[in-house]
Design a binder for this molecule. Structure first.
Ligand SMILES: [Fe+2]
Ligand SMILES: [Fe+2]
Length: 190
């Protein structure tokens, strides 16, 4: 599928607001790729398709992950919408949309939690998902947008910090990988 087909497909399966978010993420992925010398087509594909499993219900996500032999942690089982759509999205990207590029697949798989030592493309999608233009209710969003165009690692440090703060009222529901990502990028930014 070319990128136009991917856009049409996302429009047909996602809600209007999720589709707008995906287009916004694609645009920011493209811009960040230009600035940081990443492949703009790869970044655009990752951006438009990253939420391709987000339309499923929580139960369907669990069912589909089990069918695809994806290990499900307790935290993921409690928050399938947030945590499992990225893992399943990577599988769908490969199987339904024929994307074979491992870097794109990893970027989709880890776009919610991040992970230590992300590739440049993984970082770009992780950040674009957070700062795309439809995300306006986020604390310090304009500042984070500014940083994103100057220093990917610093942007990740700030985003993971805010995510952990947001989730801290539900401490049992934090994916350990989010904390590991934060710790790693705090160190990187010293
Ligand atoms: Fe997502
Ligand atoms: Fe997203």
């Amino acid at each position: 599928m070319n990128i136009d087909d991917l856009r049409k497909n996302m429009k047909s399966i996602l809600s209007d607001s999720r589709y707008r978010h995906s287009v916004g993420t694609e645009e920011v992925c493209f811009d960040l790729a230009l600035i940081y010398g990443e492949d703009t087509l790869k970044a655009s594909i990752a951006g438009i398709i990253h939420d391709c499993a987000r339309y499923l219900t929580g139960d369907e996500l669990i069912e589909e992950c089990e069918r695809n032999n994806i290990m499900i942690s307790d935290v993921e089982r409690k928050r399938p919408h947030l945590l499992l759509h990225s893992k399943l999205g990577a599988i769908y990207a490969k199987e339904k949309y024929g994307i074979m590029d491992e870097d794109i697949l990893k970027a989709i798989e880890f776009h919610t939690t991040g992970r230590p030592a992300m590739s440049r493309l993984e970082k770009i999608l992780y950040i674009a998902d957070y700062i795309e233009p439809n995300r306006n209710m986020i604390q310090s969003i304009d500042y984070i947008r500014e940083i994103a165009y100057q220093d990917l690692d610093e942007a990740i440090r700030i985003i993971t910090k805010q995510t952990l703060e947001y989730l801290s009222s539900n401490i049992n529901l934090i994916d350990p990988l989010t904390k590991e990502t934060y710790d790693y990028y705090v160190n990187q930014c010293k």
